[in-house]
Ligand binder design. Structure first.
Ligand code: RIB
Length: 307
C-alpha cells in the first residue's frame, strides 16, 4: 500500500442548521448548533485515515482550544500529525457553516493559522513528506505554498491530486504538476473562465485543462457521481443512492477515497467508483470528519448498489 500525505487546512466548523437559508438582511431562527472538526485538508486526511490508509498531515493550527481538539481528532482517526505545527501568533482556522433542510450548505472560512502554511514550513518538512507517494492538496492554504510544494514533490516523481477548492484563478505553471484535478462544476467554470451549462461545456473545459498539462480531470457532480477526462479516456461513474442530511465535506471525502484507492494500486475507474461511494456515505451524517465512512461501510455500499 502506498503512503498518503495531505498538505492543507485544519478548521473547526461552527455549524448552524435551519429549514432554509436566510435572505440577505433576514434574521432566521435555526434548529441546531454544533462544532465539528473540519477544514478541507484535515477532512481529506481523516477520510483516508478512517479507510485504514497510512496518512500524514502537513499544516498549522493556533495555540488554542480548537487546535488541541483538532489534533486529537486527527490522531484518533489514524492520521500522523508530527508535521502539523502550532503557530501561537494566529488562531486556529474556523469555518462558519449554514446547512439547510436539504443538506446543502453555505460556508465562510477564516483561515487563521492555515494562512501561515508557508514555504519555510514545506522546506522544514520536506524529508518527512517524501516518505509518502500520493499527495492531496486543496486551496485553503496560500497558493504560493501549494505551487512550491508541488514543484518540489514533482522533482521526486510523486503523484499529486489537487482539489481546486475554494476555487480561484490558477497560474499556468501549476497545471503540469497535477496528476488528478478534481473540481466540481462550479469550480471548473471558475478556473477555466467558461460558462458551464451542458455536458459539452464540461468536456471542453476539461480538455482545456489536460491540454495545459493536467494528467486527468475528474469532475465531481454530487449525486450524479463523477466524470473522468484525460487525453486517452472519458467515462462517467454514476453516483450512489443515499439519504443526504449534510453534504459538508462530501468533496473532501471523495478525494480522500480516491487517494486511498490509488494507494492500493487500483485503476482509475475502480478508484473513481470507490471515491463516489466514500463521498456519498459522508453525506449521511452531520459534520465533515464526523461523517467519514469506514472501509466496511464503503465496501458494503459498493456491493449492495454495484455501480
Ligand atoms: O469542504 C468542507 C470544509 O470546507 C469544511 O469542513 C470547512 O472547514 C471548510 O474548509
Amino acid at each position: 500500500m502506498k503512503k498518503i500525505c495531505v498538505v492543507g487546512s485544519i478548521n473547526m466548523d461552527l455549524i448552524v442548521t435551519a429549514n432554509r437559508f436566510p435572505q440577505p438582511g433576514e434574521t432566521l431562527v435555526g434548529k441546531e448548533f454544533n462544532t465539528f472538526p473540519g477544514g478541507k485538508g484535515a477532512n481529506q486526511a481523516v477520510a483516508a485515515g478512517r479507510l485504514q490508509a497510512d496518512v500524514r498531515m502537513v499544516g498549522k493550527i493556533g495555540d488554542d482550544m480548537y487546535g488541541a481538539q483538532l489534533i486529537h481528532n486527527l490522531q484518533e482517526n489514524g492520521v500522523k500529525t508530527s508535521e502539523v505545527m502550532v503557530d501561537s501568533n494566529y488562531s486556529t482556522g474556523i469555518a462558519a457553516i449554514e446547512v439547510d433542510g436539504t443538506g446543502e450548505n453555505h460556508i465562510i472560512i477564516v483561515p487563521g493559522a492555515n494562512g501561515k502554511v508557508d514555504i519555510p514550513l514545506i522546506d522544514e518538512k520536506l524529508d518527512a513528506m517524501l516518505e509518502a507517494d500520493i499527495f492531496l492538496f486543496q486551496l485553503e492554504i496560500p497558493l504560493e505554498t501549494v505551487i512550491y510544494a508541488m514543484r518540489k514533490l514533482k522533482e521526486h516523481g510523486k503523484t499529486i491530486i489537487l482539489d481546486p477548492a475554494p476555487a480561484c484563478p490558477l497560474p499556468e505553471e501549476i497545471y503540469r504538476f497535477i496528476d488528478f484535478l478534481t473540481p466540481n462544476e462550479t469550480e471548473i467554470a471558475m478556473i477555466t473562465g467558461r460558462e458551464i451549462k451542458t455536458m459539452t461545456d464540461i468536456k471542453e473545459a476539461a480538455a482545456s485543462l489536460y491540454q495545459k498539462g493536467v494528467g486527468a480531470v475528474i469532475v465531481k457532480a454530487g449525486s450524479h457521481g463523477a466524470y473522468f477526462f484525460s487525453k486517452k479516456d472519458f467515462f462517467h461513474c454514476p453516483g450512489f443512492t443515499v439519504k443526504a442530511v449534510d453534504t459538508t465535506g462530501a468533496g473532501d471525502s471523495f478525494n480522500g477515497g480516491l487517494a486511498v484507492s490509488l494507494a492500493g494500486e487500483n485503476g482509475v475507474k475502480e478508484s473513481v467508483k470507490f471515491a463516489n461511494a466514500v463521498g456519498a456515505l459522508s453525506t449521511t451524517a452531520k459534520g465533515a470528519q464526523n461523517a467519514m465512512p469506514t472501509l466496511t461501510q464503503v465496501t458494503s455500499l459498493i456491493k449492495n448498489q454495484g455501480k
